[in-house]
Ligand binder design. Structure first.
Ligand code: HEC
Ligand code: HEC
Length: 617
């Protein structure tokens, strides 16, 4: 029996690419239930890792829940294995024989073994909620996983298949990379405006470097181990008028570098040319010789190539410019853009220092770019349906920055992965017409879109009674882009309907509530707290408008729609302008139970229990 997978994969290497893909389509595991007819899913590759000798690539397919082993020279998939719920990050050790894949919604990692072009899952370790980035030590014994919803980096002993350490870093760690000597980890905190530098030996956070940046994505380290790189966005805080957008004052894309020994601060490269920005950057890779930097831009469907040689790139220390430095626009080869289509995500450089591999999520492919000639040389198909479903069309629109004014951002920039990036913006959705530079009052926290189809009315003020209209407004006001067709809107709504909450990590293993949360539920429903009078029903909102003492002077709409409390543990910061960092802040400062209802105050114990209950929703 043990021979079957390797025999099958050897057989596959001999077949034509199309036949292999057809085989995968049939053989693709169907994690949604044993008896269901197989529905063809999009692989949606989100991450990749290249073996040290460059001969094999591993690709994490978020859509199919699989990892594909790719032979880049032959341009084909040689094996594929089902690993878990929404693969998000993958790493391969220096021997090329062992790999680790993280599962964003599965809360575990799978340990993989690779031999003779066969790949199998040999172990599984629970790591915590929403793991994404992963790196393996140079000696291959240890893996390090960024666990987003618990704000931790988790250390795994790969031989014992056990967690051997946990370290708290910044908010929502996402990308992680290790220096070639194995001494340090670089961790990008997606919602934390910081990069954490971890000392592997002493297993401690050496320093958390605050940077001017949000939405931190892939992380890379230079070959000499001295510099860490991360791609990110920066929220500038001004209203989404076309003028503000185009001068880079709403949000812009950045490449940030951090000196790992602390000898210097951080420095940034602004990436957006005026009139043709680089919306929604995602991936970063640096060539072995350090001379070429590649950044993928998921929203503008391209990879940006920067050459750092005799003339250093115009890095700006401890800050950033609004737009790309003019000197990079001279067409002298220091900055080039390579169109790719789809949604390019993670990048890896081949050992030759000029071939670049790109996971293309919406292209269901791995792409190969020759960075010397700046051309796309190969597209390796990973499978998937021949025609996109309606929801898939919506997903493409959601990630398409060319639907915004001069391609500065996509829906995904703010509603990251259909959730929230935790920031606030003035999207002119609330009727305010004050665009003065100092005016910040009309800014609203980006709401999650998980479960959004069930929680009308929409917007914080709840004035919007149609989800389709909310989508139209998002395209024309938040994005200042062209009005979507009715087919576009139907497709986006179909995509929004697919956005689910991950499993609640604050519940017991069997899904039940802790004793404290059960007491908190009683408080929640008590006449004194009366939370359920506004946050009632299956979605924890009554769909009505209430004045709860948080109105801004001059607000066009009065009152707010109680937000659904589902998944509230991960919707921070809280309240319409994100003024409360934690649930405790929300309930002791902005939204104090006795002030909301006037029916009496809660004891400290009742508040603790109430918070435990809220976290379990
Ligand atoms: C610049 C950041 C930004 C972008 C880009 C953006 N949004 Fe939003 N979105 C927001 C903010 C902020 C709100 C809250 C606005 C309010 O309540 O006044 C919001 C609200 C929404 C809502 C209502 C949610 C609710 O629960 O009430 C929907 C639906 C939505 N956006 C969808 C989209 C779609 C689809 C796109 C792309 C076409 C998009 N957004 C682009 C920031 C953004
Ligand atoms: C009178 C109606 C009402 C009652 C009673 C009420 N809330 Fe709210 N709640 C709201 C409204 C409206 C908002 C939005 C206010 C804003 O953001 O400015 C809100 C916001 C919140 C938020 C922040 C949600 C987010 O996504 O940021 C939390 C948490 C919350 N309420 C919990 C509670 C709890 C717990 C209770 C009971 C102690 C309670 N609320 C009682 C109406 C109510």
């Amino acid at each position: 029996m043990r021979m079957i997978p390797s025999k099958a994969s050897r057989l596959m290497t001999g077949l034509a690419l199309s036949a292999v893909l057809a085989l995968f389509a049939l053989a693709r595991p169907n994690p949604s239930g044993a008896g269901d007819p197989p529905t063809e899913k999009n692989p949606s590759p989100i991450a990749l890792a290249l073996a040290a000798d460059g001969s094999r690539l591993l690709v994490a397919n978020q859509g199919t829940g699989t990892v594909a082993l790719v032979d880049p020279a032959a341009g084909k998939v040689v094996a594929e294995v089902a690993t878990g719920d929404r693969p998000a990050g993958v790493a391969i050790d220096n021997s090329g024989k062992r790999a680790v894949v993280t599962h964003w919604f599965g809360y575990d990692v799978a340990i993989l073994e690779i031999a003779n072009d066969a790949i199998k899952v040999v172990g599984r370790v629970e790591v915590g909620p929403e793991p994404r980035g992963v790196a393996i030590s140079p000696d291959g014994t240890t893996a390090f996983v960024a666990v987003g919803a618990s704000n931790e980096v988790v250390r795994l002993d790969l031989d014992a298949r056990k967690v051997s350490g946990r370290l708290t870093v910044g908010r929502e760690p996402r990308g992680v990379a290790i220096t070639p000597d194995g001494a340090r980890l670089v961790v990008g905190n997606a919602r934390g405006k910081s990069v954490s530098v971890v000392s592997v030996g002493s297993w401690a956070v050496e320093r958390e470097v605050p940077i001017e940046g949000d939405n931190l994505r892939q992380v890379a380290v230079s070959a000499d181990g001295k510099t860490g790189y991360v791609v990110n966005m920066r929220n500038r805080g001004f209203a989404t008028t076309r003028n503000n957008i185009d001068i880079g004052w709403v949000l812009g894309q950045r490449l940030t570098k951090v000196s790992l020994d602390g000898s210097a601060g951080y420095a940034t490269l602004s990436l957006d040319p005026e009139g043709k920005a680089a919306g929604d950057v995602h991936g970063i890779a640096i060539s072995q010789d350090g001379k070429t930097l590649a950044v993928s831009s998921g929203g503008t469907h391209e990879v940006l190539l920067f050459r750092e040689d005799a003339t250093p790139l115009p890095w700006r220390a401890n800050g950033s410019r609004d737009l790309i430095a003019p000197e990079l626009l001279r067409n002298d080869g220091r900055f080039r853009r390579v169109p790719l289509g789809g949604r390019p995500t993670e990048l890896a450089y081949a050992p030759d220092g000029k071939t670049l591999y790109i996971a293309n999520y919406l292209g269901d492919s791995v792409q190969v770019v020759d960075t010397e000639s700046a051309t796309l040389t190969k597209t390796i198909a990973l499978g998937g349906p021949s025609e996109p479903s309606l929801a898939r069309k919506g997903e493409a629109l959601f990630h398409d920055a060319t639907r915004s004014f001069n391609q500065w951002y996509s829906c995904n920039t703010c509603h990251s992965d259909g959730h929230t990036n935790g920031l606030d913006f003035d999207t002119m959705n609330d009727g305010w017409q004050d665009f003065s530079l100092t005016h910040k009052r009309s800014r609203k926290k980006v709401p999650t879109l998980r479960g959004v189809a069930k929680t009308g009315p929409w917007t914080w003020h709840g004035w919007q009674t149609s989800l389709s209209d909310a989508v139209v407004e998002s395209f024309t006001k938040s994005m200042q882009g062209p009005r979507p067709t009715s087919e576009d809107v139907t497709a986006v709504v179909a995509f929004l309907e697919t956005l689910e909450f991950p499993r609640n990590p604050h519940r017991e293993r069997d899904g039940s509530l802790s004793a404290s949360a059960r007491r908190g539920e009683a408080v929640f429903r008590s006449p004194k707290a009366a939370c359920s009078s506004c946050h009632g029903g299956a979605e924890f909102t009554d769909g009505k408008i209430h004045q709860v003492g948080l109105e801004d002077r001059g607000d066009v709409y009065s009152g707010y729609n109680p937000p659904s409390l589902k998944g509230i543990y991960d919707k921070d910061p809280y309240l319409h302008d994100g003024r409360a960092r934690t649930l405790r802040d929300a309930l002791t400062k902005g939204h104090v139970p006795e002030e909301v209802t006037g029916l009496g105050s809660l004891s400290d114990g009742e508040l603790d229990d109430l918070i435990a209950y809220l976290k379990s929703l």
